[in-house]
Ligand binder design. Structure first.
Ligand SMILES: O=C(O)C(=O)CO
Length: 345
């Protein structure tokens, strides 16, 4: 029997060569390297990668040059394609529902970056209470006046996070790991909103209190953390920011498109919100310049999940998903099974 074909997007695997060798034994591997959208579309239209059964993308820095995986690409995929295993937690760039309708399982590799994203969230939450951003930029300014001002005035405006409530929108695996760290390290009170309530035994692990109504949770949170996937809508808009407690804080480690940045800016400028910590932005790689000017805002370059451990894990989980699917019929971290009627080889 001829080996099935696998389309490997982007660069070589760097860290998991043994597993990749297994893939090479099992599949005929076709490579796209770093094709732009037009070239990739042409290649698909002319069946240049053959009738591939699987797609593998090893890292978020590579293999995404063709842009969004929307109907334009998905309609061109061969009927033989059954699984797409990719690096990264977020999948806002790929229409996983449309893939499912074509019988293709999409797998992310979120478990690989859980620790790294959770650590970044903790850093942003701590900063939201203590405003190290102000202290750090005053020191870096090399201006003794700014240094003295920060040294003298910061204490009157910042707090230890201990005992304050952390309101988490989306208590999935990453949200839960953040809750564990915040609960243990800072004794924060964990409250959360999600489409589904977690089992009581899981809630107990972080003494979490469920809020069915998001607005009620916003009103009770000293710091709101956004940890939910982007599914096409802004979750935080002017009305929602208005529901937050006066003087509370906002942290986003999920996706920038979940937030109306104009309303966030207004809430910060008016003093309704005390601080915002943003790993992600509405129009990446462009950052909102008005937010960047505010001292009560910390901005990162979408690096919450960026650690070597995440990179190694992304590669590995992607490879394991494909091998497991072809060995057992089951992928490890599928995210679109709810729309897939019959996932089969
Ligand atoms: O993996 C992703 O999609 C992330 O954004 C992690 O920060």
């Amino acid at each position: 029997m001829p080996k099935p074909v696998l389309l490997h997007l982007g660069d070589d695997v760097q860290w998991n060569r043994d597993l990749y060798n297994k893939l090479q034994e099992r599949f005929n591997i076709m490579r796209s390297y770093s094709m732009n959208r037009e070239d990739f579309k042409n290649a698909l239209s002319h069946n240049r990668f053959g009738d591939f059964a699987a797609i593998y993308r090893p890292f978020w820095n590579t293999g995404g040059e063709m842009g969004a995986w929307d109907e334009e690409f998905i309609s061109l995929l061969p009927r033989s394609c059954k699984i797409y295993a990719s690096a990264g937690a977020g999948f806002d760039w790929v229409d996983t529902q449309r893939l499912a309708r074509r019988g293709i399982i999409y797998c992310n590799s979120a478990p690989a970056c859980t620790e790294s994203v959770a650590d970044t969230a903790i850093w942003l939450i701590l900063n939201a209470f203590r405003n190290f951003t102000w202290s750090s930029s005053a020191a870096r300014s090399l201006d003794p006046g700014k240094f003295r001002e920060a040294h003298q005035d910061i204490a009157a405006t910042t707090h230890n996070p201990n005992g304050f409530s952390l309101g988490i929108i989306g208590l999935g695996k990453i949200g839960y790991r953040i809750a564990q760290k915040a609960h243990v390290a800072f004794e924060m009170k964990i409250i959360y909103n999600d489409v589904n309530r977690l089992p009581e035994s899981v809630e107990k692990g972080v003494s979490a209190q469920y809020y069915e109504n998001l607005d009620d949770m916003l009103a009770d949170s000293d710091c709101v953390l956004l940890a939910t996937p982007f599914v096409g809508e802004k979750v935080m808009n002017a009305e929602r920011f208005a529901k937050m407690k006066r003087g509370s804080r906002f942290v986003n480690i999920a996706r920038g498109k979940l937030v109306d940045e104009v309303s966030l800016l207004a809430a910060l400028k008016s003093g309704h919100l005390a601080f915002a910590g943003l790993d992600v932005h509405y129009d990446e790689p462009n950052v909102n310049p008005d937010l960047a000017r505010l001292p009560q805002v910390e901005l990162l370059s979408h690096t919450a999940g960026a650690s070597l451990e995440s990179h190694m894990g992304f590669e590995k989980i992607g490879l394991q998903n494909i091998l497991s699917f072809f060995d057992t019929g089951k992928a490890i971290t599928p995210v679109n099974l709810q729309w897939l009627s019959q996932p089969k080889l």
